[in-house]
Design a protein around this ligand. Structure first.
Ligand SMILES: Cc1cc2nc3c(=O)[nH]c(=O)nc-3n(C[C@H](O)[C@H](O)[C@H](O)COP(=O)(O)OP(=O)(O)OC[C@H]3O[C@@H](n4cnc5c(N)ncnc54)[C@H](O)[C@@H]3O)c2cc1C
Length: 299
């Protein structure tokens, strides 16, 4: 007997909502293997992936999202769901028996290189609670995964869009958002003032972000030492004058609280506040997908 399935109609991955399917497909499945892993901090591990299929991978940069398909325990590689068209695989993934269906988790592309073709994904290791975190903690060279990622220029799945008229930038997030924050910081025009608020386990995580932007100021909040939460810290901060742009990601309720504060109490234009719940306390990504929560982007 096949395990029971959701009574909800299949939700599409985020990218499917951006436009109708066009040819060539904007996103594709890339079978890859782990080239190496690097412990960057106690809670962030870099997984470097390689494979011939990467020649067709087109990183949109900044906060480019991808889906990682991971093997189940006992499988040597994830079973690739069959399917035609850009999202056909996702419908067949939903229909797969649970004892075969790969784990699906969302991450950010931290970097891409050529010769040899490689991409980096930096994963927050938050204990053995989730299969994504557990996989990252034990990943080893040769391990096989599949990435669902961008296959053409401007494929979508990038949310950070700095308006031309922004006078300063606010970035806020926890470990899950640091890969995107790092990529954004590396790409910013010189002279743009940036305020970063980063909630992490402890001071050992601070080395993750690139240093050396003279106009950037980072407030580190060490959870372990009872620091104020991300919303409390942003709420209490003296912020620069002028037109801001804000990018906030991390635990969904903290993200929503900060966004509400910026719009209601600081009077920021809601269109200038980009916010994404990257994970939710007490819920797995599967549960959130069943609830249709996606990444909680939007109102
Ligand atoms: C667009 C987007 C980009 C993302 N980019 C990254 C990225 O680059 N790096 C990254 O590490 N994460 C990233 N995330 C977050 C990641 O998808 C989630 O953290 C995901 O839930 C991890 O899966 P899991 O299997 O480890 O845990 P799940 O099985 O999903 O959850 C199991 C339990 O762990 C808790 N949990 C989940 N994530 C965290 C966390 N970060 N810290 C503490 N507890 C947690 C849940 O509340 C739940 O109780 C991104 C999410 C989105 C939507």
């Amino acid at each position: 007997m096949r395990p029971s399935r959701s009574r909800h109609p299949p939700a599409r991955p985020k990218e499917a909502t951006l436009s109708t399917v066009t040819a060539p497909a904007r996103f594709a499945l890339f079978p890859l293997r782990v080239a190496r892993t690097t412990a960057l901090t106690p809670h962030l591990v870099r997984i470097t992936l390689t494979g011939e299929s990467l020649t067709g991978f087109v990183n949109g940069g900044l906060d480019q999202r991808i889906k990682l398909l991971l093997p189940l325990p006992g499988q040597s590689e994830p079973v690739i769901p069959p399917g035609d068209g850009e999202f056909g695989w996702y419908h067949s993934w939903r229909e797969m028996p649970l004892d075969e269906r790969p784990v699906l988790r969302t991450y950010t592309v931290r970097g891409q290189r050529h010769d040899p073709d490689e991409i980096d994904i930096d994963i927050a290791v938050h204990g053995d609670l989730g299969p994504g975190s557990a996989w990252a903690a034990k990943a080893a060279p040769g391990d096989r995964v599949v990435v669902y990622g961008p296959a053409v220029e401007q494929a979508g799945g990038v949310e950070f869009r700095l308006p031309a008229g922004a006078d300063w930038l606010l970035l806020a997030g926890d470990e899950s958002a640091l890969p995107a924050i790092a990529a954004i910081l590396e790409d910013l025009p010189e002279g743009l003032p940036v305020r970063v608020f980063a909630e992490v386990d402890g001071p050992e995580e601070e080395g993750y972000l690139p240093a050396g932007r003279p106009d950037s100021e980072t407030v580190w909040l060490h959870r372990r030492d009872g620091a104020p939460s991300l919303p409390e810290a942003v709420g209490a901060a003296a912020l620069p004058d002028g037109e801001p742009y804000a990018w906030i990601a991390g635990e969904a309720s903290a993200v929503r609280e900060i966004r509400r504060h910026l719009v209601r109490e600081r009077g920021m234009d809601r269109r200038a506040v980009c916010f994404m719940g990257y994970w939710r306390a007490g819920s797995s990504e599967d549960q959130r997908a069943e609830d249709g929560a996606g990444d909680d982007t939007g109102d």
